[in-house]
Design a protein around this ligand. Structure first.
Ligand SMILES: [Zn+2]
Length: 266
């Protein structure tokens, strides 16, 4: 019978995915992503946050743009790059009945500022992070211009599980962190085995644009281009083996078609 495994322990029947709007990034020029400006018309990236609810606990995945950008309209980051963040993820979490302290686990695809903007509000959650990313973020964060250590500094004291590869978060194979290094030393993607929606992979920044995937391009600011291409091969094979859909997290055209919290995918 659906939801149960051969009369043994009930399979975690509940698995829900909530998608939050945690801002937008706008670029005059996309060549730093390894694409020419002619290869894609896209100049705006969606910045998501996600909450996963499993019968055995909750996981927050990727924490969006910095909270101090909320409500300020378009904010210049550097020449040709702007960000905009309308409504705090804290308020959006409240819409689905959560306070940050209610979240059991927090994980980030990687520790760049557009994925850790609200990281510090999850300091009481268990942090799931690749060992290599932990070293990069907490020992060498100041050396990397895309890391903003102040955004996640409170997590240095978090209850932390250092990962050395793939990790099955709840032990039943339905929420799995998949190691995919190269964008940063410990970049990772997230597999969700949703009952109705079907198997799904959240890309992190393995790809930023659809063209990045089609043309196998790597951003110039990746820590290791060859490792990124190997991770693309790994994740593409994984997607195929699972029959999964890939959501490129920053894909604005995709995001516009998605249900936003408090609606959810299950
Ligand atoms: Zn990003």
């Amino acid at each position: 019978m659906p939801g149960y495994s051969r009369g043994e322990e009930p399979i975690a029947a509940k698995l829900k995915l909530y998608v939050f709007d945690c801002g937008a990034l706008k670029f005059d020029d996309v060549t730093s992503f390894g694409l020419t400006n002619d290869e894609t018309p896209v100049r705006e990236l969606f910045v998501p946050c996600y909450l996963i609810e499993h019968a055995r606990g909750s996981l927050f995945w990727d924490a969006g743009l910095p909270l101090d950008a909320v409500g300020k309209g378009e904010v210049a980051l550097e020449p040709g790059v702007r960000m905009n963040y309308t409504r705090s993820v804290i308020d959006q979490l409240a819409d689905v009945g959560y306070k940050p302290a209610d979240v059991d686990y927090v994980a980030f695809s990687h520790m760049h500022f557009d994925h850790t903007g609200a990281a510090n509000i999850f300091k009481s959650s268990k942090l799931l992070i690749q060992r290599t990313e932990h070293t990069a973020a907490f020992e060498h964060g100041a050396d990397n211009p895309v890391f903003q250590p102040a955004l996640y500094s409170d997590l240095a004291a978090s209850d932390t599980t250092l990962l050395d590869g793939d990790h099955d978060v709840f032990g039943d194979g339905r929420v799995v962190i998949v190691s995919a290094p190269g964008h940063t030393p410990g970049h990772q993607v997230l597999f969700l085995d949703l009952a109705d929606t079907g198997p799904l992979v959240l890309s992190g920044d393995l790809y930023h644009f659809r063209e990045s995937r089609a043309l196998r391009r790597t951003p110039v600011f990746n820590t290791d281009a060859a490792q990124t291409l190997a991770s693309m091969d790994k994740v593409e094979a994984f997607i195929k083996s699972k029959g999964a859909t890939l959501w490129i997290e920053h894909d604005k055209a995709l995001a516009e078609t998605l249900k936003r919290a408090p609606a959810f995918y299950d």
